[in-house]
Ligand binder design. Structure first.
Ligand code: C5P
Length: 465
């Protein structure tokens, strides 16, 4: 290894070094060693430093500071995407990781995506100067715990503070949101349910968990962490301080597919995810509307700020919708099954060796949109959707008339568009006065723009912030 000899430095540098060493009471060699150590140590960030600038300004979370606590579950990998989604919307994300979280994702990756130092140690001398964890807990608008393990929720319920993450959650004055993630057996355990109820009573908001496949092979059920975009939607709702032009208005939104039973275990369904309908319900609620979402079976979280009624079949959905009338706004987004099995078998239909498959006789389901569009208590604004794979505009125009709607939001759901079940949508708004073609956007943006159009139509104003 090469060595540096002070004797070989030029005179002026030598003199400056001599003066600096004298000021610190060190020998010249010691001073050089200190300088080299300082120069090679990564810069430390203290809790007092402002969080870094978000990737984008002007988004829905612009200017918001989110302290993201990552605890040790397999879902921690999704937190990387969550950081990206939050920053895309303008939030500054300051990450805190538990010891266990570091077994699942590396602090390097978390820090790089957040563009901030990862805080992890309650007893770090650097971070703790001047009660760093208290400042950390307070210098944010929201503490978001994602994923929140059974262990961490248990600590929150009991008020245990034995590491940086749990101490922050106790010390904060800001809103707290948790996204639980665990094995379904753990989630269903009475102790966990009791703890979740306790933290909810302590005014902690909860998003998810969702139903789905687990990391453990062959296991499925309720326990998957909510998807990053669903978490973001809840964060947006919690931190929203925008104008409420729909305050005082009521809205009914349908979303998701319907399940039409054939027998106790089989049903007819479709590929609708509910993402677009749920996003519209949330967008209307953010603008102040009193929203009831009537949702078919979906795996995504109930949107924040809405009352959600869960139904299975088209007939249940119609009953729930009619039960909410009168209302000012109806947005019927659900992909309602057009037909159901003519006679539902009370027992599981058995396969009989040597016999032909049983015929599946269908009968028509009620048309919810048409019923609402022609109802004695018809809402002021009735919006329908038209998922088509051909003759998009002609079909949408015909639907506008037939169903008594004011607008039809038409989208092409041919398999190659990836719209059904995907995160993006490309829609055309068909009204009695013409057609407006919107560019491809994510479903949240479609929802926000549609909600703004609804404000314009009902209030004649476009001031939604
Ligand atoms: O006729 P089609 O299913 O294409 O119409 C789509 C629109 O009608 C959507 O807004 C959907 O929510 C609504 N619809 C309904 N009840 C049905 C079928 C469709 O509300 N049975």
């Amino acid at each position: 290894m090469a060595s540096i000899t002070i004797r070989n430095l030029d005179e002026q540098t030598k003199q400056l070094l001599r003066e600096q060493a004298a000021r610190h009471g060190r020998s010249m060699e010691e001073e050089v060693r200190h300088m080299l150590r300082d120069a090679t140590t990564p810069p430390s960030v203290s809790a007092d430093d402002p969080p870094p600038q978000p990737a984008e300004a002007g988004g829905s979370l612009s200017g918001k500071r989110i302290l993201l606590v990552i605890t040790g579950g397999i879902a921690a990998y999704k937190s990387l995407d969550l950081i990206r989604r939050l920053r895309e919307r303008g939030a500054a994300v300051r990450p805190v990781m538990t010891e266990a979280a570091k077994q699942f994702v590396s602090p390097l990756a978390v820090g790089a995506l957040a563009a901030d130092k990862v805080f992890e140690d309650l007893f770090s001398r650097e971070d703790e100067q001047d009660v760093g964890h208290i400042r950390l807990a307070r210098s944010c608008e929201l503490v978001l715990v994602a994923p929140a393990t059974a262990d961490f929720i248990g600590k929150m319920a009991l008020g245990i503070a034995n590491d940086l993450a749990s101490t922050i959650v106790l010390a904060t004055n800001s809103k707290v949101l948790i996204a639980p993630a665990m094995n379904p057996a753990m989630w269903n355990h009475l102790a966990v349910q009791r703890n979740v109820e306790t933290v909810k009573r302590d005014r902690v908001e909860v998003v998810g968990p969702m139903r789905g496949e687990m990391a453990e092979s062959g296991e499925a059920g309720l326990g998957r962490m909510a998807e990053p975009l669903d978490i973001v939607a809840v964060v947006e709702a919690l931190l929203d301080d925008g104008p409420k032009p729909l305050a005082g208005k009521t809205a009914i939104v349908t979303s998701g597919p319907t399940h039409e039973p054939i027998d106790p275990v089989r049903y007819i369904a479709n590929r609708s995810s509910g993402k677009q309908g749920h996003a519209i319900a949330a967008a209307l609620a953010r603008l102040g509307a009193d929203v009831t979402l009537v949702s078919g079976p979906v795996t995504i979280a109930d949107p924040q700020g809405t009352k959600t009624i869960h139904v299975e079949s088209a007939r249940d959905m119609l009953n729930a919708v009619e039960g909410q009338l009168p209302a000012d706004i109806a947005v019927m987004v659900a992909a309602v099954a057009d037909w159901r099995a003519a006679g539902q078998s009370g027992e599981k239909i058995k396969k009989k060796p040597g016999e032909a498959p049983p015929p599946l006789m269908l009968t028509e389901n009620p048309d919810i949109l048409k019923t609402v569009g022609h109802h004695a208590k018809r809402p002021t604004l009735v919006v329908g959707f038209a998922a088509e794979t051909q003759n998009l505009e002609d079909n949408a125009r015909a639907k506008l008339q037939r169903k008594g709607a004011d607008w039809i939001v038409a989208n092409d759901v041919s398999p190659d568009t990836g719209i059904m079940g995907g995160d993006h949508n490309r829609v055309r708004i068909v009204t009695h006065s013409g057609i407006e073609d919107w560019p491809k956007m994510d479903k949240q943006s479609v929802a926000e723009r549609l909600a703004r159009e609804i404000v314009k139509s009902l209030t004649g104003s476009s001031k939604t912030g």
